[in-house]
Write a protein that binds this ligand. Sequence first.
Ligand code: PGA
Ligand code: MG
Length: 222
Amino acid sequence: MTAAPIVVFDLDGTLVDSAPDIRAVANAVLDHQGVTPPLTIEETHGFIGRGTPHFVKCMMDARDMGNDPALYEALHVDFLSRYPDATQLTVVFDGVETALHDLRQGGARLGLCTNKPEAAARALLEARGLSDAFDLVLGGDSLAQRKPDPEPLRTAVARLGGGPALYVGDSEIDAETAQGAGIPFVFHTGGYPLGDPARIEAAARFDEFASLPALLRDLLGA
Ligand SMILES: O=C(O)COP(=O)(O)O
Ligand SMILES: [Mg+2]
């Protein structure tokens, strides 16, 4: 019997538009320090993708807050403490639930491999009724390495039992991660790509979740 296919998803910008919640967390942290002006949504989009340590550094740079390690640490701790409660402004992209359901019905094992901290990722899945959709969740702080290091994706696939796998993401970080892990990358073009989307190499690209199950089945030859 051949192994059931594995599909691993990124979270922010791939399954959900979470930038408004991430922006709200950042602005609560800035406000607590008395720093203005708040981050714009465009700035927020540009800082998402490499996890919270990178986000907080970008935020400090953008508001000329210097690079004192103690201040960075305090801001990061504050950011992490607020993050799991920030779920109200996040919108699940149209068709995600149905696509995940279809894939499971077709026998796929589904994983989540995000740079969002695991507690915040699990809280968001819970708040949006998506917890049961995944057999495995790895966050940016679940392992010693985070994306674009391929280790979290490799680990996700191994823990899901190994075999044919695809990675679905929205940024050059995800493309690099998939390439490093030797897993075909499927590019959701409606997220936070960071670099020029035209330069992101992918086995396939999509912007409508309704088309995803058939696209993935084609790629998997299933
Ligand atoms: O938290 C981030 O910076 C990005 O999260 P993602 O890996 O789900 O896109
Ligand atoms: Mg993403």
